[in-house]
Design a protein around this ligand. Structure first.
Ligand code: NAD
Ligand code: MG
Length: 343
């Protein structure tokens, strides 16, 4: 079943043009949605907690900054761009008391609705606009006249035009330039968690580290292993991104292509596929969500694993080698600089 794609021509901006939007949070997604909405002429303000380090960044960018409660109270569409594990508490304290029937509650990820951490009242539109990319790309591609593809979903349609409004919002942040697909909170949430665990973050980092370790253990120089297993990934991923797997295979040598075709399936064998199905089942059953919500309270294991990752030899070697290639990150504003970090 092929999905229907929606583009800017399908979006009716009048559904968002007269809305008062409150973006809560000014991190990776928050700064991008806010600035793109503002540049699209939408009446947008940011709601931040008291003493937030992001307030200065937002004010410098010409954005009105209010407390979360005030931002919600004076708006009729609230976009939750806060850490997923904090949203439920913040919702109860700062959002729910200030929303009126006919208002809208928006998310960029289905987590809190899918796992019933937030249960909005009837009478409120509940929708999702989820860019399929990190916030700095949502901003950068918009500035370049493009956008990041978005998923939209409607969980609750109290007004009868929740879908049109979500599509108009996606258009206003640039998403409809790249393409919008309608999904459900369940599909977005489960595929998103699965993808980041199995391929995008977990699968990729573990594969890279394991391959690096295998070469170094076998006596090869760590610098050579770094270039081979991490640095060159970008070239390959760029080719896949621009021209698909076939385009990548066309560009690499036929020796590389033969190795890909014959060794790839041995790497990702039945055992790996069984593990993928197991990880998907943990996502679907909610056991991953329960585990992560509990872990997020103390973050002891999370911080220990993060620290161990930072100490991995591939990071030390990479830091030295990247220092000799300043053009790699030259001129790129880090997300932390743009958004004021986690504050
Ligand atoms: P983030 O961690 O970059 O930013 C969160 C922001 O929330 C902070 O910058 C801060 O302004 C605010 N904040 C943090 N702690 C707070 C607290 N205790 N009280 C009040 N405000 C606080 O988060 P993000 O990555 O932008 O994620 C926001 C949402 O977007 C999440 O639902 C996430 O799943 C979704 N999303 C993220 C991405 C991505 O690539 N980053 C992509 C698609 C969807
Ligand atoms: Mg209101």
């Amino acid at each position: 079943m092929a999905a229907t794609m929606y583009y800017s021509a399908d979006a009716d901006r009048s559904f968002i043009a007269d809305r008062k939007v409150a973006v809560l949070g000014y991190g990776s997604q928050g700064h991008a949605h806010t600035l793109n909405l503002k540049d699209s002429g939408i009446d947008v303000r940011v709601g931040l907690r008291e003493g937030s380090a992001s307030a200065v960044k937002a004010a410098e960018a010409g954005v009105r900054v209010l407390s979360m409660a005030d931002a919600v109270a004076e708006s009729d569409l609230v976009m939750m761009l806060l850490p997923d594990t904090l949203q439920a508490e913040i919702y109860v304290e700062h959002v729910e008391p200030h929303q009126d029937p006919g208002d809208a509650l928006y998310f960029a990820h289905g987590f809190n609705i899918r796992f019933d951490c937030i249960v909005p009242p009837a009478g409120i539109d509940v929708a999702m606009v989820a860019p399929k990319g990190p916030g700095h790309l949502v901003r950068r591609t918009f500035e370049e006249g493009g956008g990041v593809p978005c998923l939209i979903a409607v969980e609750q349609d109290a007004t009868g035009h929740a879908r049109e409004t979500a599509l108009a919002y996606a258009d206003a942040i640039g998403g409809a330039q790249a393409g919008v697909i309608e999904t459900t909170f369940t599909e977005e949430c489960e595929t998103d968690l699965f993808g980041e665990q199995v391929v995008l973050c977990g699968g990729l980092t573990a594969l890279t580290q394991a391959a690096f370790e295998t070469l170094v253990e076998a006596g090869y120089q760590p610098e050579v292993a770094y270039f081979e297993c991490l640095h060159e990934l970008k070239l390959i991923v760029d080719l896949m991104y621009e021209e698909g797997i076939g385009g990548m295979r066309y560009s690499v040598s036929d020796t590389a292509e033969y190795g890909d075709l014959t060794r790839g399936p041995r790497m990702v064998d039945d055992h790996v596929r069984a593990t993928m199905r197991e990880i998907l089942a943990e996502v679907q059953s909610g056991s991953f969500a329960t585990e992560w919500i509990a872990e997020s309270r103390t973050r002891e294991r999370f911080r220990a694993l993060e620290a161990a990752g930072r100490e991995h030899q591939i990071e030390q070697v990479g830091q030295q080698l990247r220092a000799m290639m300043p053009w790699i990150s030259a001129g790129k504003q880090s997300v932390q600089e743009a958004s004021g970090g986690q504050g």
